[in-house]
Design a protein around this ligand. Structure first.
Ligand code: SIN
Length: 351
C-alpha cells in the first residue's frame, strides 16, 4: 500500500479550472443520459465516478471493482471513468456537480450529508456510538439505513448503498490520549456539526477543511491535527507531517454511494439493473477488504517508523468517553431524536 507523494497545492487556478470543468461537464452530461436512453441499451457511454481518496483505499478499490464489473458485463459498451483524489470534484463542489449532471456517481463520507440538508446522517459521527463495524452494519445494512437512503430522493439523489472505511484515530504533533492533550489544538474536521461539537467538547478548536487540503494544511501548521482511519492517513502521506498517531478508535467513517435520479432514470432498464448490481457487489467488496486495508496501512506505518503510534490506556479511554458524552445529548435535536432512538434500538437488538 503506497503512500501518496506530497500532494499538489490547491491553487486559485485549479479552482477556476474545476469550475470550468463543472460547467463543461454539465453540458456533456445530457449527452451521457441521452446516449444511455436513446441507445435502449445498445449505445456506448461512460459513467463518471468522482471521489476524494487514493485508489489504494477501501473506497478507491471499490470504484475500480465497479469499473471492472460494469465494463465486463456490458461487453465494454458502458465505460466507467474514475476520478480519484478529488481530481475532478472535491468536498466543496461534488454534490453540486452530481445534481447538475456533471458526474454520475459519488461516494461522499456520511459526515458530508448533514450540510446539504440530511442531518440524520451525522448520527454516524457520534463519538463512541459504535463498539465495532458489526454494530454499524446493524444500521447501514438494515431497514434504518434503507430509510436514510430513501430520504435522499428529496434532493433528486438516489442512494445506492453504504460502505465502510473504518474507525478514526487522532493525529497531531503530540500525543492525543486524554482530554487535556486536546486543549487549544486546531483540529481539521469534515463539515459535520457533530464533529465540530466533539472537538469543542475536548476544548480543541475545530477547523473545517476539504479532504484534499488537509495534508497541506497540516504541513503548513494551519491546523495541528486531524482524525481519520489509518488507510486515509497513510495514503495521503499525513504521516510525513504528523509525529504522533493515537489509536483512539473514537468514531466511525463510512460512505453512502449516490447517483442522480436524472441519470438513473435515463438508463434503459437492463442497464439500470446492471449498474445497481455491479455497485452492490463493489460495495460488498469494500466491506470485505476495509479492515485489511486499515491493518495493512498500520503495518506500513509501523515499518515506516517515523510516526509514534500510541495506544490509550483503559483509563485514558474512560476519560475520553466522558469528555465527549455531552455531544450525544447536545446534538440530538439536530440529528432528530427519533433517528437517534431508532439507531439505539437497532444497536440494542444486536444482542
Ligand atoms: C473520505 O474518506 O472520503 C474523506 C474523509 C475526510 O474528509 O476526512
Amino acid at each position: 500500500m503506497a503512500p501518496r507523494n506530497p500532494p499538489r497545492a490547491i491553487s486559485r487556478r485549479s479552482v477556476v479550472l474545476a469550475g470550468t470543468a463543472l460547467a463543461l461537464a454539465g453540458g456533456r452530461a445530457a449527452s451521457v443520459g441521452a446516449a444511455a436512453a436513446q441507445g435502449g441499451g445498445v449505445r456506448p457511454y461512460t459513467i463518471r465516478f468522482s471521489h476524494v481518496v487514493a485508489e489504494d483505499t477501501p473506497k478507491g478499490l471499490a470504484a475500480l471493482r465497479f469499473q471492472a464489473l460494469v465494463q465486463e458485463r456490458s461487453g465494454g459498451r458502458i465505460g466507467v471513468a474514475i476520478y480519484p483524489e478529488g481530481r475532478l470534484y472535491g468536498d466543496h463542489d461534488e454534490m453540486q456537480a452530481l445534481q447538475l449532471g456533471a458526474v454520475e456517481i459519488l461516494a461522499p463520507s456520511l459526515s458530508k450529508f448533514g450540510r446539504i440538508g440530511f442531518a440524520e446522517f451525522e448520527l454516524f459521527d457520534l463519538p463512541f456510538l459504535f463498539p465495532d463495524v458489526a454494530s454499524v452494519r446493524r444500521i447501514t445494512q438494515g431497514p434504518l439505513g434503507q430509510r436514510m437512503l430513501a430520504r435522499l430522493q428529496r434532493q433528486r439523489l438516489v442512494g445506492l448503498g453504504f460502505m465502510d472505511n473504518g474507525f478514526k484515530h487522532m493525529s497531531a504533533n503530540r500525543p492525543l490520549l486524554t482530554p487535556g492533550h486536546f486543549v487549544g489544538q486546531r483540529m481539521r474536521i469534515q463539515a459535520s456539526r457533530v464533529l465540530d461539537a466533539q472537538m469543542r467538547a475536548l476544548h480543541a478548536q475545530p477547523v473545517t477543511l476539504p479532504f484534499s487540503e488537509t495534508r497541506r494544511a497540516l504541513a503548513l501548521g494551519v491546523v495541528n491535527g486531524t482524525e481519520n482511519p489509518i488507510s486515509n492517513f497513510w495514503t495521503q502521506g499525513m504521516h510525513t507531517v504528523q509525529s504522533h498517531l493515537s489509536l483512539t478508535q473514537h468514531g466511525y467513517l463510512g460512505y453512502a454511494v449516490v447517483t442522480s435520479q436524472r441519470f438513473l432514470s435515463a438508463l434503459a432498464a437492463p442497464d439500470r439493473t446492471l449498474v445497481r448490481e455491479a455497485m452492490r457487489e463493489a460495495m460488498a467488496f469494500a466491506n470485505q477488504i476495509a479492515d485489511a486495508q486499515n491493518d495493512n496501512a498500520l503495518a506500513a506505518l509501523r515499518a515506516y517508523g517515523g510516526t509514534r503510534i500510541l495506544v490509550p490506556s483503559a483509563q485514558d479511554m474512560v476519560q475520553l468517553r466522558a469528555a465527549v458524552q455531552s455531544v450525544h445529548q447536545g446534538l440530538a435535536k439536530r440529528i432528530g431524536p427519533q433517528w437517534l432512538q431508532d439507531a439505539r434500538d437497532a444497536l440494542k437488538n444486536a444482542g
